[in-house]
Design a protein around this ligand. Structure first.
Ligand SMILES: [Zn+2]
Length: 480
């Protein structure tokens, strides 16, 4: 069975796959509360003949579906969580929510889960037709947004069985994902003081809100004395009430600390803890430090990136209609503060030729081409829990042009396009490319060995240590 036949099997399942991503779009759920979305995917896996395990890793909404036996074991990572406050009607190019303030699929994870599912279905068909030994596993990975679900799963050894893993993410270009991602820690600092009448008896009060403010001041001074690439963000998630005439007895601040590698985050974390303790001491309050989650930097794998790139070129790109281009144009026109096209890719491009290639294609409504292969070890600004999987087994990712070219990340425009023909077609394309790449690993097992050698070389003897301490359990989004 060749890749063409796999593609036509997946083409026949287009309506089925689209209906799954649409159902997930319609029930947007936040990190670790994705019960309905997980069920939609579990039902689909069962219908397709996968053996489902649910829950796994002690996480209610984590699951897997497997087919086959023996080696190699190739995994596809699927996400399905949504974002808060991004509710938006589908198929329009104006901001309009059906449920103002509600959740929405502002990162395209309704498509992400289904593209990876399609890949698993494609590989299952290949294994059935060829009778080759080996196992394909789809992992339902909850809580990517602010939750590091895969890091919790990796801590429990879920990915230890894998020879290689593939993943994709909706985006504005068809490209192999280049560049590493930052390691991060998320920590909740909860201060407790004593309430009092703010005018009548202020000397009896000890303000937890003062402590939060002093802590933030301390961290803002710390910025000058950490490595350039570090990022420190915070959100005051409890300011101690709404009454200025009451000394606030409680206040909580959530911190997100990032740096290129985990050891650097750990070092900053310890200094931030000292600042929190100092703020408590200054204000006569106490502080509780609760570790929420963490993720590792990504270990890139050029061997698997090349396999993905070759397949992006072998598998026919989606064909877009006049309507697809017109909708993309309307979406692009709705974007204020458009970032320059291909900014990040151009920065990482290794040759003038690639820069020219990209510049010639600037301004297209849909980036309907494959970006030349760019391998860069440079870390971008963000983080992903795919990083933890990449420490366990060779891992690589692609993006596909799921959205109009100017679509910003985590935006209402993404939600508006989540059920569009553009999103559906590019999700299917992602599934075909990932399936085809996995088939290459079955046909050329030496690629798996090369990918493993590369990973071992990069880790230089180090093995994966989950940055999330034992005993820390996933916190559902919004339930800090
Ligand atoms: Zn995402």
């Amino acid at each position: 069975m060749d890749k063409k036949e796999i593609c036509s099997i997946l083409d026949q399942k287009t309506d089925f796959l689209n209906s799954i991503s649409d159902q997930i779009w319609e029930t947007p759920e936040l990190a670790f509360t994705e019960r309905a979305s997980a069920q939609v995917l579990i039902k689909a896996l069962k219908k397709e003949g996968f053996e489902v395990s649910s829950p796994i890793a002690g996480i209610e909404t984590a699951f897997s579906g497997r087919f086959g036996s023996g080696r190699p074991v190739i995994g596809f990572l699927g996400e399905f969580d949504a974002l808060s406050s991004l509710n938006q009607r589908a198929g329009i190019s104006q901001k309009a929510a059906d449920q103002p303030g509600g959740c929405g699929h502002g990162c395209g994870h309704n498509n992400l889960g289904v593209g990876s599912l399609a890949a698993a279905i494609g590989v299952k068909a290949y294994l059935e037709a060829t009778g080759k030994p080996g196992t394909v596993v789809f992992y339902g990975c909850p809580g990517e947004e602010g939750g590091s679900g895969k890091a919790f799963m990796a801590r429990e050894g879920v990915f230890d069985e894998l020879d290689c893993a593939f993943c994709w993410h909706p985006g504005t270009t068809n490209a192999v994902t280049s560049g590493s991602s930052l390691a991060n820690y998320q920590i909740l600092y909860s201060f407790t003081g004593v309430s009092a009448h703010a005018a009548g008896a202020p000397h009896l009060g000890r303000s937890a809100l003062d402590a939060v403010e002093l802590m933030n001041v301390g961290v803002n001074f710390l910025r000058e004395h950490v490595i350039q690439e570090a990022r420190m963000h915070y959100a005051i998630v409890n300011s101690g009430g709404f009454s200025p005439n009451v000394v606030q007895p409680t206040a909580d601040v959530l911190y997100l600390l990032r740096a290129p590698v985990t050891s650097q985050v750990q070092e900053i974390y310890e200094r931030v803890n000292d600042i929190a303790k100092g703020a408590a001491l200054m204000t006569g309050t106490s502080v509780e430090i609760k570790f929420i989650k963490a993720c590792s930097n990504t270990v890139l794998n050029a061997t698997l990136e090349k396999v993905l790139f070759d397949n992006m070129n072998q598998i026919p790109l989606p064909e877009y209609t006049e309507e697809d281009y017109a909708f993309a144009k309307a979406i692009n026109e709705s974007v204020e503060n458009r970032a320059p096209s291909f900014e990040r890719l151009i920065k990482r491009a290794p040759s003038e030729e690639i820069i020219r290639f990209l510049k010639e294609r600037e301004g297209r409504e849909i980036n309907d081409f494959v970006v030349p292969l760019i391998h860069s070890e440079q870390a971008g600004g963000g983080s992903t829990d795919v990083g933890d999987v990449s420490w366990v087994c060779p891992t690589a990712q692609i993006s596909t042009a799921t959205w109009a070219s100017a679509t910003p990340g985590h935006s209402w425009q993404i939600v508006a396009q989540g059920k569009s023909a553009l999103a559906h077609k590019s999700t299917l394309y992602a599934g075909k490319v990932l399936a085809a790449a996995a088939i290459d690993l079955w046909e050329h097992p030496e690629l798996i060995e090369q990918a493993k050698e590369e990973k071992n070389r990069k880790l230089d003897g180090a093995s994966y240590r989950c940055p999330i301490p034992k005993g820390v359990i996933p916190t559902p989004m919004g339930k800090m």
